[in-house]
Design a protein around this ligand. Structure first.
Ligand code: 5AD
Length: 312
């Protein structure tokens, strides 16, 4: 039915749904092989490594799925000092990892305190890429970070369906606001990443196609997706996890839709599936994010069950 899989951009919704759901393993294999080939042609025979620095797990939000949500009392909260963050960068640089990803819970006050740290990193490593992943912040702060030397920003949209978004987040958080931030980041000239959890509670195949269409509209430079994994002590603790197979098929569809995007094989995929990072690469991903958070704090960045025991 689907003759050529060179590009998934122009496929109608029903064909995308077929790729996601088909039990026909020969079609699934063709999807994966096409994505791998396009990845090799466009991104070259290499896997890019990023240094993930989880600077703080303090978060003002209470997202129903998330292990560092404000309301999860068992979380020991921490935030790295500027020296600790600079130490992570130094270790990464020595390892030949020249992209620093500073990620943390959403917290505008702490985020602002990172401004001089980003400036310092830029001064010490003029050729590094500095990626931030700090959630929704005032636009003025996004702009100040750009001035300070940040070059990239990751902000997952989580789901492109407003009702589904509302069912995953507390009142007050809206998809509209999230998308407004993503568009502003692009406008400011950041290399911008978005993405969704796969198999979050209530998600349908239709929703996933809405995610793909939203990304076709916004055209992110980076796309991070991973399966939902329930975390103890969250409202979704008893929900089933997302599917590794669907995640892998989505990676392939995304590679064929956005050939030059940077797409990581995420830790969540590796938690759900042994060898998941390698499987993600085979499916068309080209980025690995290695955790450089100091050992002492790593266990506290507990987004989903199994994450902290599986840092590569
Ligand atoms: N399962 C999988 N991914 C999760 N995230 C947060 N909680 C979970 C979970 N339970 C992801 C979200 C967020 C990123 C930092 O981690 O997509 O954007």
């Amino acid at each position: 039915m689907i003759e050529t899989l060179r590009n998934t951009r122009d496929l109608p919704d029903h064909a995308l749904a077929e790729l996601l759901e088909t039990p026909d393993l020969s079609l699934a294999r063709r999807l994966e092989a096409s994505a791998r080939e396009v990845c090799l042609q466009v991104k070259g025979p290499r896997v890019l490594v990023r240094a993930l620095i989880e600077h703080s797990n303090m978060c003002r939000n209470n997202c129903l799925y998330c292990g560092i949500r404000r309301g999860r009392a068992s979380v020991k909260r921490y935030s790295l000092s500027p020296e600790e963050i600079l130490g992570c960068c130094a270790r990464a640089w020595r390892d030949g990892v020249h992209t620093f990803v500073i990620q943390g819970g959403e917290n505008p006050v702490q985020a602002r305190a990172l401004l001089p740290v980003v400036k310092e990193i830029r001064g010490r490593y003029p050729h590094a890429a500095i990626t931030l992943s700090l959630g929704e912040l005032p636009f003025e702060l996004y702009s100040a970070f750009k001035e300070a030397g940040a070059t990239r920003y990751l902000l997952r949209h989580e789901t492109a369906n407003p009702e589904h978004y509302a069912s995953l987040h507390p009142a007050g958080m809206t998809l509209e606001s999230r998308i407004g931030c993503i568009k502003e980041l692009k406008r400011l000239g950041y290399e911008t990443g978005m993405g969704m959890m796969v198999g979050s509670p209530g998600q349908t195949t239709r929703n996933l196609i809405e995610d793909l269409r939203l990304m076709q509209e916004i055209r992110p430079h980076m796309i991070g997706i991973g399966p939902f994994i329930p975390q103890d002590g969250t409202p979704f603790e008893n929900c089933p996890p997302g599917s590794a197979q669907t995640t892998l098929r989505l990676i392939s569809i995304l590679r064929l839709m956005f050939p030059s995007a940077n797409i990581p094989a995420t830790t969540a995929l590796a938690v759900l599936l042994p060898g998941g990072k390698e499987a993600g690469i085979r499916a068309g991903a080209n980025v690995i994010m290695n955790v450089y958070t100091p050992e002492t704090e790593r266990l506290k960045y507990d987004l989903y069950k199994g994450k902290t025991s599986r840092n590569v």
